[in-house]
Design a protein around this ligand. Structure first.
Ligand code: THG
Length: 258
């Protein structure tokens, strides 16, 4: 499974402060810590309410690229910040994200094509997040077929069924698992899938336990990638063990003690 670090997000107070003061060392150290902990990709989010977001996003990208060549995910709802981040990225970028709204797809898909980027497609439209798997699947289909119109290979697409907090919407836990299963039937090859894992435990006292239990279920359904906290060691153990049990990684005799 692909581990995308959620930690480089202005929402976290220390990160917000490092961004505000343009503290390159702090951001670079944070990036290196994420990679050391096992992150494959770094999701970059400047945090909410940033008025010069394009400039800040480009700064984040450049600052981090100076110390690592790990893949970067540009996490913003603003097309201008997306493009600024995309222009600054040296390698193949991941764009996080578009919704199924036509105006958003029309703004972002040309960029995906031009830069051969990957894109996260949220199953969300002007009516909000659907509350069943079937409707999420319809929105996924709409995004895949629209992307095809821009000559974007399905291989570049990650569908995100959008996890909601278990405390607020308990019936959405199984709906997201059903959706991950359905997405596999949408195309051949199937689209990749991604979730923002920590959403599930938002507002609860057992965050790590809830995150890792749910991740295990999602991996069983075939999840490709998760935006998550690689510093959570117990969670990273679930990733490693899940990859072995699903035959995604050759098992190490040392690890299994056989
Ligand atoms: N899908 C996609 N992208 C996403 C999300 C998603 N990006 C944002 C988010 N959801 C994933 N990233 C985070 C980052 C932080 C937290 C959760 C998800 C988090 N933050 C602490 C909290 O809320 O308790 C903040 C702690 C602090 O303030 O210090 O849990 O679903 N495609």
């Amino acid at each position: 499974m692909i581990v995308i670090s959620e930690r480089i997000n202005g929402l976290f107070r220390s990160v917000g402060k490092a961004i505000e003061t343009k503290d390159e060392k702090a951001i670079q150290q944070l990036a290196l810590d994420q990679i050391k902990a096992g992150a494959d990709v770094l999701d970059l989010n400047t945090g909410p309410g940033m008025d010069n977001e394009p400039e800040v996003m480009a700064w984040l990208v450049k600052t981090i690229q100076d110390v690592t060549d790990a893949q970067l995910s540009i996490d913003t709802p603003k097309p201008e910040a997306m493009e600024a981040g995309l222009k600054a990225v040296n390698k193949r970028a991941m764009l996080n994200s578009t919704t199924a709204e036509l105006n958003r797809m029309e703004a972002l898909f040309p960029l995906v094509k031009e830069y051969d980027a990957e894109i996260v497609c949220l199953t969300l439209d002007e009516k909000g997040i659907p509350n069943d798997a079937m409707k999420r699947n319809e929105l996924a289909m709409l995004m895949i077929t629209t992307a095809m119109g821009y000559d974007i290979p399905v291989d570049n697409i990650f569908i995100d069924p959008l996890i909601l907090p278990v405390g607020a919407a308990q019936n959405q836990g199984p709906a997201v698992i059903d959706a991950i299963n359905m997405f596999k039937m949408l195309s051949d090859p199937p689209p990749k899938t991604v979730v923002g894992l920590s959403n599930i435990s938002n507002g609860t006292k057992q965050r790590s336990l809830i995150n890792r239990t749910y991740l295990s279920m999602l991996m069983g359904a075939g999840l490709t990638a998760a935006i998550m906290d690689p510093n959570d060691e117990e969670l990273m153990k679930v990733v490693k063990t899940g990859d072995i049990l699903l035959n995604k990684k050759l098992y190490a005799h040392g690890y299994l003690q056989v």
